[in-house]
Design a protein. Structure first.
Length: 439
Protein backbone atom coordinates (compact mmCIF):
# COMPACT_ATOMS: atom_id res chain seq x y z
CA UNK A 1 0.00 0.00 0.00
CA UNK A 2 2.77 2.39 0.97
CA UNK A 3 4.59 1.52 -2.22
CA UNK A 4 1.53 2.34 -4.32
CA UNK A 5 1.14 5.70 -2.58
CA UNK A 6 4.81 6.46 -3.11
CA UNK A 7 4.56 5.59 -6.80
CA UNK A 8 1.52 7.82 -7.20
CA UNK A 9 3.31 10.71 -5.51
CA UNK A 10 6.35 10.20 -7.71
CA UNK A 11 4.21 10.14 -10.84
CA UNK A 12 2.40 13.31 -9.83
CA UNK A 13 5.65 15.01 -8.90
CA UNK A 14 7.13 14.03 -12.23
CA UNK A 15 4.06 15.38 -13.96
CA UNK A 16 4.39 18.69 -12.17
CA UNK A 17 8.09 18.98 -12.93
CA UNK A 18 7.54 18.11 -16.58
CA UNK A 19 4.82 20.71 -17.03
CA UNK A 20 6.86 23.34 -15.22
CA UNK A 21 9.77 22.54 -17.50
CA UNK A 22 7.51 22.94 -20.53
CA UNK A 23 6.42 26.31 -19.19
CA UNK A 24 10.03 27.35 -18.77
CA UNK A 25 10.95 26.19 -22.26
CA UNK A 26 7.99 28.12 -23.64
CA UNK A 27 9.34 31.25 -22.00
CA UNK A 28 12.81 30.64 -23.40
CA UNK A 29 11.48 30.07 -26.89
CA UNK A 30 9.72 33.41 -26.64
CA UNK A 31 13.05 35.21 -26.62
CA UNK A 32 13.03 35.31 -30.43
CA UNK A 33 11.36 38.70 -30.30
CA UNK A 34 11.49 40.97 -33.34
CA UNK A 35 9.29 44.02 -33.95
CA UNK A 36 6.72 44.29 -36.70
CA UNK A 37 7.85 46.54 -39.54
CA UNK A 38 5.67 49.67 -39.49
CA UNK A 39 7.93 52.10 -41.37
CA UNK A 40 5.42 52.11 -44.25
CA UNK A 41 2.87 54.03 -42.15
CA UNK A 42 4.48 57.39 -42.92
CA UNK A 43 3.96 56.98 -46.66
CA UNK A 44 0.65 55.19 -47.09
CA UNK A 45 -1.00 58.11 -48.89
CA UNK A 46 -4.39 57.35 -50.41
CA UNK A 47 -5.38 53.77 -49.53
CA UNK A 48 -7.89 51.33 -50.94
CA UNK A 49 -8.70 47.80 -49.81
CA UNK A 50 -8.93 44.98 -52.35
CA UNK A 51 -10.03 41.41 -51.67
CA UNK A 52 -8.44 38.54 -53.56
CA UNK A 53 -10.94 36.00 -54.88
CA UNK A 54 -9.15 32.90 -53.68
CA UNK A 55 -10.76 29.83 -52.15
CA UNK A 56 -9.90 29.52 -48.46
CA UNK A 57 -8.93 26.27 -46.82
CA UNK A 58 -11.90 25.19 -44.72
CA UNK A 59 -11.69 22.55 -42.02
CA UNK A 60 -14.43 21.98 -39.47
CA UNK A 61 -13.12 19.30 -37.12
CA UNK A 62 -15.75 16.89 -35.83
CA UNK A 63 -18.40 17.71 -38.41
CA UNK A 64 -19.24 15.13 -41.08
CA UNK A 65 -21.53 15.18 -44.06
CA UNK A 66 -23.43 12.70 -46.11
CA UNK A 67 -24.79 13.36 -49.55
CA UNK A 68 -28.35 12.61 -48.49
CA UNK A 69 -28.33 13.78 -44.90
CA UNK A 70 -26.44 17.03 -45.20
CA UNK A 71 -24.23 18.01 -42.29
CA UNK A 72 -24.16 16.12 -39.05
CA UNK A 73 -22.26 15.96 -35.83
CA UNK A 74 -20.13 12.91 -35.23
CA UNK A 75 -21.69 12.73 -31.78
CA UNK A 76 -25.12 12.03 -33.24
CA UNK A 77 -26.81 15.42 -33.51
CA UNK A 78 -27.79 16.59 -36.98
CA UNK A 79 -28.64 19.77 -38.80
CA UNK A 80 -32.20 19.45 -40.01
CA UNK A 81 -31.30 21.68 -42.90
CA UNK A 82 -28.09 23.62 -43.25
CA UNK A 83 -29.70 26.14 -45.51
CA UNK A 84 -32.73 26.84 -43.33
CA UNK A 85 -30.66 28.33 -40.53
CA UNK A 86 -29.11 31.02 -42.69
CA UNK A 87 -32.01 33.10 -43.94
CA UNK A 88 -31.31 36.57 -45.29
CA UNK A 89 -27.90 38.03 -44.61
CA UNK A 90 -25.93 41.18 -45.21
CA UNK A 91 -22.33 42.34 -44.87
CA UNK A 92 -19.90 39.96 -43.24
CA UNK A 93 -22.80 37.77 -42.03
CA UNK A 94 -23.12 36.50 -45.61
CA UNK A 95 -19.46 35.52 -45.59
CA UNK A 96 -19.88 33.71 -42.26
CA UNK A 97 -22.93 31.82 -43.47
CA UNK A 98 -21.19 30.77 -46.67
CA UNK A 99 -18.14 29.57 -44.75
CA UNK A 100 -20.42 27.28 -42.77
CA UNK A 101 -22.34 26.06 -45.82
CA UNK A 102 -19.17 25.34 -47.74
CA UNK A 103 -17.20 23.80 -44.92
CA UNK A 104 -19.90 21.91 -43.06
CA UNK A 105 -23.06 21.57 -45.10
CA UNK A 106 -21.44 20.89 -48.44
CA UNK A 107 -24.39 22.46 -50.24
CA UNK A 108 -22.41 24.80 -52.48
CA UNK A 109 -20.14 24.34 -55.44
CA UNK A 110 -16.68 25.25 -54.23
CA UNK A 111 -14.34 22.39 -55.11
CA UNK A 112 -10.88 23.66 -56.03
CA UNK A 113 -8.35 24.58 -53.38
CA UNK A 114 -10.42 23.53 -50.38
CA UNK A 115 -8.75 20.70 -48.54
CA UNK A 116 -11.49 18.08 -48.54
CA UNK A 117 -14.03 20.43 -47.04
CA UNK A 118 -16.77 20.16 -49.64
CA UNK A 119 -18.01 17.94 -52.43
CA UNK A 120 -19.05 18.96 -55.91
CA UNK A 121 -22.81 19.01 -56.54
CA UNK A 122 -24.19 16.14 -58.54
CA UNK A 123 -25.43 16.62 -62.08
CA UNK A 124 -29.07 16.35 -61.04
CA UNK A 125 -28.67 19.07 -58.43
CA UNK A 126 -27.21 21.80 -60.55
CA UNK A 127 -25.82 22.25 -64.01
CA UNK A 128 -22.11 22.78 -64.57
CA UNK A 129 -22.61 26.40 -65.54
CA UNK A 130 -24.73 27.09 -62.46
CA UNK A 131 -22.10 25.46 -60.26
CA UNK A 132 -19.38 27.64 -61.77
CA UNK A 133 -21.45 30.78 -61.20
CA UNK A 134 -22.20 29.75 -57.63
CA UNK A 135 -18.53 29.07 -56.99
CA UNK A 136 -17.57 32.57 -58.10
CA UNK A 137 -20.29 34.10 -55.94
CA UNK A 138 -19.29 32.06 -52.90
CA UNK A 139 -15.59 32.88 -53.02
CA UNK A 140 -16.27 36.51 -53.84
CA UNK A 141 -18.72 36.92 -50.98
CA UNK A 142 -16.42 35.23 -48.46
CA UNK A 143 -13.47 37.41 -49.46
CA UNK A 144 -15.44 40.63 -49.89
CA UNK A 145 -16.70 40.22 -46.33
CA UNK A 146 -13.11 40.70 -45.13
CA UNK A 147 -12.77 43.87 -47.17
CA UNK A 148 -16.08 45.22 -45.86
CA UNK A 149 -15.00 44.52 -42.27
CA UNK A 150 -11.76 46.46 -42.74
CA UNK A 151 -13.61 49.35 -44.36
CA UNK A 152 -16.20 49.45 -41.57
CA UNK A 153 -13.43 49.50 -38.95
CA UNK A 154 -11.66 52.33 -40.78
CA UNK A 155 -14.87 54.35 -40.98
CA UNK A 156 -15.47 53.90 -37.25
CA UNK A 157 -11.88 55.05 -36.54
CA UNK A 158 -12.20 58.15 -38.74
CA UNK A 159 -9.81 56.82 -41.40
CA UNK A 160 -10.66 57.74 -44.99
CA UNK A 161 -10.30 54.97 -47.57
CA UNK A 162 -10.80 55.32 -51.30
CA UNK A 163 -13.73 53.38 -52.72
CA UNK A 164 -13.41 52.00 -56.24
CA UNK A 165 -16.04 50.70 -58.65
CA UNK A 166 -16.53 46.95 -58.21
CA UNK A 167 -15.55 46.17 -61.79
CA UNK A 168 -12.19 47.91 -61.44
CA UNK A 169 -11.30 46.23 -58.16
CA UNK A 170 -12.04 42.79 -59.56
CA UNK A 171 -9.96 43.42 -62.65
CA UNK A 172 -6.83 44.47 -60.74
CA UNK A 173 -7.37 41.80 -58.07
CA UNK A 174 -7.31 39.12 -60.73
CA UNK A 175 -3.86 40.20 -61.97
CA UNK A 176 -2.49 41.69 -58.72
CA UNK A 177 -1.05 44.46 -60.89
CA UNK A 178 -2.03 47.70 -59.16
CA UNK A 179 -0.08 50.18 -61.27
CA UNK A 180 -3.26 51.32 -63.03
CA UNK A 181 -4.59 52.53 -59.68
CA UNK A 182 -1.75 55.02 -59.33
CA UNK A 183 -3.32 57.05 -62.13
CA UNK A 184 -6.50 57.23 -60.03
CA UNK A 185 -4.61 58.83 -57.16
CA UNK A 186 -4.28 55.68 -55.05
CA UNK A 187 -0.88 55.21 -53.43
CA UNK A 188 -1.28 51.99 -51.45
CA UNK A 189 -3.38 48.85 -51.76
CA UNK A 190 -4.27 46.86 -48.66
CA UNK A 191 -4.75 43.41 -50.14
CA UNK A 192 -6.72 40.93 -48.01
CA UNK A 193 -7.20 37.18 -48.47
CA UNK A 194 -9.04 34.91 -46.07
CA UNK A 195 -6.79 31.84 -46.27
CA UNK A 196 -8.15 29.54 -43.54
CA UNK A 197 -11.29 29.13 -41.46
CA UNK A 198 -13.06 26.50 -39.43
CA UNK A 199 -12.98 24.76 -36.08
CA UNK A 200 -10.05 22.86 -34.59
CA UNK A 201 -10.30 20.17 -31.92
CA UNK A 202 -8.37 17.12 -30.83
CA UNK A 203 -11.26 14.66 -30.82
CA UNK A 204 -14.85 14.06 -31.87
CA UNK A 205 -16.35 15.04 -28.52
CA UNK A 206 -13.73 17.53 -27.36
CA UNK A 207 -14.49 21.25 -27.55
CA UNK A 208 -13.35 22.80 -30.84
CA UNK A 209 -12.06 26.35 -31.20
CA UNK A 210 -13.26 28.57 -34.06
CA UNK A 211 -10.53 30.25 -36.09
CA UNK A 212 -10.01 32.45 -39.14
CA UNK A 213 -6.76 33.59 -40.74
CA UNK A 214 -6.29 36.49 -43.15
CA UNK A 215 -3.19 37.22 -45.23
CA UNK A 216 -2.56 40.93 -45.72
CA UNK A 217 -0.21 42.59 -48.20
CA UNK A 218 0.57 46.29 -48.58
CA UNK A 219 1.45 47.13 -52.16
CA UNK A 220 2.87 50.38 -53.54
CA UNK A 221 0.80 51.13 -56.66
CA UNK A 222 3.44 53.19 -58.48
CA UNK A 223 5.92 50.28 -58.63
CA UNK A 224 3.57 47.40 -57.81
CA UNK A 225 6.04 46.30 -55.14
CA UNK A 226 5.18 44.78 -51.79
CA UNK A 227 5.89 46.96 -48.77
CA UNK A 228 4.75 44.55 -46.10
CA UNK A 229 2.92 41.24 -45.67
CA UNK A 230 1.77 39.21 -42.71
CA UNK A 231 -0.92 36.82 -41.47
CA UNK A 232 -3.48 37.76 -38.82
CA UNK A 233 -5.24 35.05 -36.82
CA UNK A 234 -8.55 35.11 -35.00
CA UNK A 235 -9.03 32.43 -32.34
CA UNK A 236 -12.53 32.60 -30.95
CA UNK A 237 -14.73 30.59 -28.65
CA UNK A 238 -14.15 26.92 -27.90
CA UNK A 239 -17.38 24.90 -27.69
CA UNK A 240 -18.38 21.27 -28.00
CA UNK A 241 -19.95 20.22 -31.27
CA UNK A 242 -23.49 20.04 -29.89
CA UNK A 243 -23.22 23.67 -28.79
CA UNK A 244 -21.80 24.80 -32.13
CA UNK A 245 -24.63 23.08 -34.03
CA UNK A 246 -27.52 24.27 -31.84
CA UNK A 247 -30.30 26.26 -33.48
CA UNK A 248 -29.20 25.43 -37.01
CA UNK A 249 -25.56 26.26 -36.17
CA UNK A 250 -26.39 29.85 -35.27
CA UNK A 251 -23.61 29.97 -32.61
CA UNK A 252 -21.05 28.97 -35.22
CA UNK A 253 -22.32 31.46 -37.79
CA UNK A 254 -22.35 34.20 -35.16
CA UNK A 255 -18.79 33.32 -34.12
CA UNK A 256 -17.50 33.39 -37.69
CA UNK A 257 -19.21 36.73 -38.16
CA UNK A 258 -17.53 37.99 -34.99
CA UNK A 259 -14.26 36.74 -36.46
CA UNK A 260 -14.79 38.89 -39.54
CA UNK A 261 -15.48 41.99 -37.42
CA UNK A 262 -12.61 41.37 -35.01
CA UNK A 263 -10.14 40.76 -37.83
CA UNK A 264 -11.34 43.88 -39.62
CA UNK A 265 -10.63 46.01 -36.54
CA UNK A 266 -7.31 44.27 -35.89
CA UNK A 267 -6.11 44.72 -39.48
CA UNK A 268 -7.14 48.37 -39.54
CA UNK A 269 -5.46 49.15 -36.22
CA UNK A 270 -2.25 47.33 -37.10
CA UNK A 271 -1.91 48.81 -40.58
CA UNK A 272 -2.63 52.41 -39.64
CA UNK A 273 -1.81 52.82 -35.94
CA UNK A 274 0.45 50.06 -34.58
CA UNK A 275 3.46 51.29 -32.62
CA UNK A 276 5.86 48.52 -31.65
CA UNK A 277 7.52 48.85 -28.26
CA UNK A 278 11.08 50.23 -28.50
CA UNK A 279 12.15 47.78 -25.80
CA UNK A 280 11.41 44.21 -26.90
CA UNK A 281 12.76 42.39 -23.85
CA UNK A 282 10.74 39.69 -22.17
CA UNK A 283 9.48 40.80 -18.77
CA UNK A 284 7.99 39.00 -15.80
CA UNK A 285 4.21 38.78 -15.61
CA UNK A 286 4.47 38.64 -11.83
CA UNK A 287 4.29 34.89 -11.30
CA UNK A 288 6.40 31.75 -11.34
CA UNK A 289 8.01 31.13 -14.74
CA UNK A 290 5.78 33.82 -16.24
CA UNK A 291 6.48 35.93 -19.31
CA UNK A 292 5.01 39.23 -20.40
CA UNK A 293 5.48 40.95 -23.75
CA UNK A 294 4.04 44.42 -23.73
CA UNK A 295 2.73 46.19 -20.65
CA UNK A 296 3.33 43.75 -17.80
CA UNK A 297 0.50 43.02 -15.38
CA UNK A 298 1.01 44.18 -11.80
CA UNK A 299 -2.35 43.05 -10.45
CA UNK A 300 -3.56 40.46 -11.04
CA UNK A 301 -0.25 38.86 -12.00
CA UNK A 302 -0.10 35.91 -14.39
CA UNK A 303 1.53 32.61 -13.63
CA UNK A 304 3.43 30.31 -16.05
CA UNK A 305 2.33 28.96 -19.41
CA UNK A 306 -1.26 27.75 -19.80
CA UNK A 307 -1.05 23.95 -20.00
CA UNK A 308 -4.67 22.98 -19.39
CA UNK A 309 -3.53 20.30 -16.96
CA UNK A 310 -6.04 19.72 -14.14
CA UNK A 311 -3.51 19.67 -11.29
CA UNK A 312 -1.21 22.40 -12.58
CA UNK A 313 -4.14 24.57 -13.62
CA UNK A 314 -5.86 24.43 -10.26
CA UNK A 315 -2.74 25.33 -8.29
CA UNK A 316 -0.52 27.46 -10.50
CA UNK A 317 -2.10 28.87 -13.66
CA UNK A 318 -4.91 31.13 -12.46
CA UNK A 319 -4.14 33.84 -9.87
CA UNK A 320 -6.97 34.30 -7.34
CA UNK A 321 -8.10 37.93 -7.06
CA UNK A 322 -9.84 39.46 -4.06
CA UNK A 323 -13.46 40.31 -4.68
CA UNK A 324 -15.58 40.41 -7.83
CA UNK A 325 -14.61 43.98 -8.76
CA UNK A 326 -10.81 43.84 -8.70
CA UNK A 327 -8.60 46.85 -9.29
CA UNK A 328 -6.37 46.12 -12.26
CA UNK A 329 -2.87 47.57 -12.39
CA UNK A 330 -0.24 47.41 -15.12
CA UNK A 331 3.01 49.07 -16.20
CA UNK A 332 2.81 52.68 -17.28
CA UNK A 333 3.88 53.67 -20.78
CA UNK A 334 6.52 54.61 -21.69
CA UNK A 335 8.45 52.13 -19.58
CA UNK A 336 12.03 52.92 -18.50
CA UNK A 337 13.32 50.49 -21.12
CA UNK A 338 11.38 52.28 -23.87
CA UNK A 339 12.81 55.65 -22.82
CA UNK A 340 16.33 54.20 -22.86
CA UNK A 341 15.83 52.59 -26.28
CA UNK A 342 14.16 55.57 -28.02
CA UNK A 343 14.60 58.71 -25.90
CA UNK A 344 13.79 61.18 -28.69
CA UNK A 345 10.48 59.57 -29.67
CA UNK A 346 9.47 58.96 -26.08
CA UNK A 347 10.00 62.65 -25.30
CA UNK A 348 7.47 63.56 -28.01
CA UNK A 349 4.56 61.36 -26.92
CA UNK A 350 1.56 62.87 -25.16
CA UNK A 351 -1.97 62.06 -24.00
CA UNK A 352 -1.16 58.50 -22.93
CA UNK A 353 -4.26 56.41 -22.23
CA UNK A 354 -4.97 52.71 -21.90
CA UNK A 355 -7.39 50.12 -23.30
CA UNK A 356 -8.50 47.15 -21.19
CA UNK A 357 -10.17 43.90 -22.27
CA UNK A 358 -11.57 41.14 -20.02
CA UNK A 359 -13.04 37.92 -21.37
CA UNK A 360 -14.52 34.98 -19.50
CA UNK A 361 -12.70 31.66 -19.86
CA UNK A 362 -14.60 29.00 -21.77
CA UNK A 363 -13.03 25.56 -22.21
CA UNK A 364 -9.54 27.01 -21.73
CA UNK A 365 -10.07 29.77 -24.30
CA UNK A 366 -11.49 33.32 -24.19
CA UNK A 367 -15.26 33.28 -24.45
CA UNK A 368 -17.61 36.22 -24.28
CA UNK A 369 -16.03 39.66 -23.83
CA UNK A 370 -17.37 40.95 -20.51
CA UNK A 371 -15.49 44.24 -20.14
CA UNK A 372 -14.00 46.70 -22.63
CA UNK A 373 -12.76 50.17 -21.84
CA UNK A 374 -10.82 52.58 -24.05
CA UNK A 375 -8.95 55.70 -23.08
CA UNK A 376 -8.39 54.97 -19.40
CA UNK A 377 -6.30 57.88 -18.03
CA UNK A 378 -4.18 55.90 -15.54
CA UNK A 379 -2.37 52.52 -15.60
CA UNK A 380 -4.92 51.13 -13.13
CA UNK A 381 -8.66 50.70 -13.12
CA UNK A 382 -11.35 49.31 -10.84
CA UNK A 383 -14.00 47.69 -13.00
CA UNK A 384 -17.55 48.93 -12.48
CA UNK A 385 -19.29 45.60 -12.96
CA UNK A 386 -19.29 42.48 -10.79
CA UNK A 387 -17.62 39.43 -12.30
CA UNK A 388 -19.05 35.97 -11.79
CA UNK A 389 -17.88 34.16 -8.63
CA UNK A 390 -15.64 31.11 -8.88
CA UNK A 391 -14.88 31.85 -12.54
CA UNK A 392 -11.77 32.25 -14.68
CA UNK A 393 -10.95 35.16 -16.97
CA UNK A 394 -8.43 36.34 -19.54
CA UNK A 395 -7.39 39.99 -19.65
CA UNK A 396 -5.03 42.24 -21.56
CA UNK A 397 -4.09 45.90 -21.87
CA UNK A 398 -2.38 48.28 -24.30
CA UNK A 399 -1.45 51.96 -24.51
CA UNK A 400 -2.80 54.55 -26.93
CA UNK A 401 -1.12 57.91 -27.26
CA UNK A 402 -0.29 60.81 -29.56
CA UNK A 403 3.02 60.97 -31.42
CA UNK A 404 3.77 63.65 -33.99
CA UNK A 405 0.09 64.45 -34.43
CA UNK A 406 -1.12 60.87 -34.89
CA UNK A 407 -2.84 58.41 -32.57
CA UNK A 408 -0.70 55.32 -32.05
CA UNK A 409 -1.47 51.97 -30.41
CA UNK A 410 0.94 49.57 -28.77
CA UNK A 411 0.55 45.83 -29.06
CA UNK A 412 -1.73 44.09 -26.58
CA UNK A 413 0.04 42.55 -23.61
CA UNK A 414 0.53 38.78 -23.91
CA UNK A 415 2.56 35.90 -22.55
CA UNK A 416 4.08 35.08 -25.94
CA UNK A 417 5.84 37.55 -28.21
CA UNK A 418 4.14 36.57 -31.48
CA UNK A 419 0.62 37.10 -30.17
CA UNK A 420 0.67 40.87 -29.86
CA UNK A 421 0.44 41.80 -33.53
CA UNK A 422 -0.42 38.45 -35.11
CA UNK A 423 -3.38 37.22 -33.04
CA UNK A 424 -6.45 39.20 -32.13
CA UNK A 425 -7.05 40.01 -28.46
CA UNK A 426 -7.93 38.54 -26.07
CA UNK A 427 -6.37 35.16 -26.79
CA UNK A 428 -5.23 32.04 -24.96
CA UNK A 429 -1.94 33.87 -24.39
CA UNK A 430 -3.53 36.83 -22.61
CA UNK A 431 -3.07 37.33 -18.87
CA UNK A 432 -5.23 35.21 -16.52
CA UNK A 433 -6.97 35.28 -13.14
CA UNK A 434 -9.84 33.64 -11.26
CA UNK A 435 -12.48 35.07 -8.94
CA UNK A 436 -13.30 33.84 -5.44
CA UNK A 437 -16.38 31.79 -4.59
CA UNK A 438 -19.35 33.17 -2.69
CA UNK A 439 -18.56 31.35 0.57
Amino acid sequence: MASAVTNTLCINMGRVLLLLLLALLNGCASMQNTPADTIYQDRLGQVTVIAIEQAPELKFDGFVRSKGGGAALAGGGTFVSCMSGVGHCSGSMCGAALLLMLGVCGVAGLVGGVAGAVMAPSADQVTASEAAMARVFEVRTIQESVRHSVEEAALAAGITLRQLPEQETRAVAATKDYRLLAALGIDTVVETTLTKAGTAGSGLNDPAIAYMEVHVRLVDTASNTERYSTDYLYQGRRLDLASWSANQAKPLIDELNRGYRTLGIHICENIFSLYTFPNRDRRSAGGLLSSAFGLSPIYPPTRGALTGDRIIGAKFEWFAVEGLRPRFKWEAFPRPGDIAAAPDEMSRISNVRYDLLISREENMAPGALVYHREGLPQPEHTINISLQPDSRYFWTVRARFELDGRTRLTEWGATHFAVREKITAPSQHSYRFRTPGLD
